[in-house]
Design a protein around this ligand. Sequence first.
Ligand code: NAP
Length: 233
Amino acid sequence: MSERWSATVRRMQIGIVGATGPAGSALGIRLASAGHQVILGSRSEERAAEVVNGILAKWPDRNLSITAADNAGAASAQLIVIATPWDAAWTTAKSVSDLLEGKIVICMANALIRVGHEFQPLVPPRGSVAASVQAAVPRSLVVGALHHVPAKELADLDHPIESDVLVCSDHPVAKRVSMDLINEMPNMRALDAGDLTQAAPIEAFTAVLLELNLKYKTRVAVKFTGIDPEKLR
Ligand SMILES: NC(=O)c1ccc[n+]([C@@H]2O[C@H](COP(=O)([O-])OP(=O)(O)OC[C@H]3O[C@@H](n4cnc5c(N)ncnc54)[C@H](OP(=O)(O)O)[C@@H]3O)[C@@H](O)[C@H]2O)c1
């Protein structure tokens, strides 16, 4: 890992763009509970402030460092997460591209559509949302991760979330930093899923998980067996 990141990964300033939805706000709560400084971003700073106030009121004893900003404010952080719907991900990233230059940008968006009772994966330009974001912000280090983690469970600090998280990127240091961040969340295990090409099947697989949720009236998470813990570093 480069010195720039190894020195700072313990307590990072993390901005989440599109953070007023269930996924971005839940991730913000978990990252803040792990000791990071989190900025929740929105197209409307007021909306972000409402979400932050709700979180702080719900978890008054957790000392969460969470503040509100517009999306540009969130993009000013050290590491940025894109948590918008898929069709807004690359335009939103592009709108703050200057602020994202040289930074790690984690994309958790999935391109899906619900048709009746069925979830269907869509193929965005360049095959995945993450690859589209990388093309929109070529000077940033885009990482695909956290696609399968159910937001409701992620937001519940009283319970650890038992889940593997597939992480892919064309930038090894960015992938390593993202995996370290994910591993800080109790019972979550980051797995190196390869280059950004893998974002396409990872994102599409979310449709299967949502079908399982419907079928079994639950919220599933992903766990892989057979990986030697010694090989995880
Ligand atoms: N929900 C989950 O369990 C889960 C789990 C893993 C991954 N994901 C992925 O994470 C992403 C966010 O999920 P979510 O359920 O939180 O989504 P969401 O509630 O539909 O959207 C999140 C936020 O994105 C912003 N947004 C909406 N439309 C936008 C647009 N056209 N341009 C810019 N910003 C826009 C909104 O914030 P403002 O209006 O405040 O700007 C909204 O609150 C999705 O791509 C999803 O596939 C979701």
